[in-house]
Design a protein around this ligand. Sequence first.
Ligand code: FNR
Length: 377
Amino acid sequence: SAKSFTTIGHETKDHPIYIEEWEQLAKEKLKKGPFDYVRSGAGDEKTLAANRAAFDKWSIYPRVLRDVTDATTRTKLLNQEISLPLLLAPLGYQGIIHPDAECASARAAEKAGIPFVTSTVSTRSLEEVAEAAPTGKNWFQLYWSNNREVSASMVSRAEAAGYQAIVVTVDTGLLGWRKSDFKNGFAPLKEAMGDANYRNDPAFRKSVPHWTEENIREEILKNILHPNLVWEDLLFLREHTLLPILVKGILHPDDAEKAVDLGLDGIIVSNHGGRQLDGALASIDALPAIAARVNKRVPLLVDSGFRSGSDLYKALALGADAVLIGRPYIYGLAVSGEAGVTSIIKNLQTELDLTLALSGANSINELSTTNLIQTGC
Ligand code: FNR
């Protein structure tokens, strides 16, 4: 059947179409502390800016006069069908954004047929999120705890709640230099918006000698940051779970190689949306060397700075299997809850679908570097 571009995409006309407009509306709706927390990057925000600018180095090299009636964004990730190669990245503390928090985001992802990654520091507990989206492709992101028992316990709970993959974030040994949060005196942990997974955890409860509010916060902070985490620790996790383990926060091909060598199941190229190491290279700049090294041995994902169908297309052509978005869906959540997240996903899907077809491609799998040409430096 003929492609019907009129029926997909921007159907909710009362919603913005520009991400910048969503951002502006979110800014008007949220208090300064939470809004700046979401928007900002570390240091002088060089990496935050580089994440966007780097897309301009590549241009799409289109082909014409090919039948693209059946062009589709459907693809497979970790042996599962997904409606488009997109995931909602783990973003903690979503209760500072909207009362429905992660439950709304997870439901939107469930309806769209794409994975939602629940953060360790989610406002709603991982069990609650899974319950809100029972048929969703739910993944759990682990902030490695200094206390192995706590890490193991959270992963076991994620398994029990039906999560399908574990994402270990490895670029947060220490918290980045977040100037706007210092200036605003804003710390989401202080708002008690990211402690549900700890408060409910039997291993964590056992580890806090005196269960006072002050102690709990301090212990949680000690649990989130892990400057002593090394590769060998991930072997412990590998032995502890049968779920696929993806490592998030890789920028160097040698580290990607190490992850594959250790038997991990996927790599997420990321600089944490420019929120951790300022001055680090853009994710899309890190991608080609990592794709070459990994050479399709494990799924390769990427995030940081993706805002359009054309951005997604470029990463897929450079060797990524899927892309995660962070801030865009959070702006949708801030403005319109679940419906806002749905709008963001739908528009990206439509834009990717169109980009694919207009470039002369029919599927994600056929994309390669031949679909791009380097026009900038
Ligand atoms: C994040 N990110 C993040 N990553 C993670 O592994 N665990 C987490 O809890 C969080 N929390 C979080 C909060 C907020 C407000 C932001 C903006 C980001 C990083 C996130 O998963 C992802 O890497 C980036 O958001 C991707 O960049 P974009 O799409 O926001 O540019």
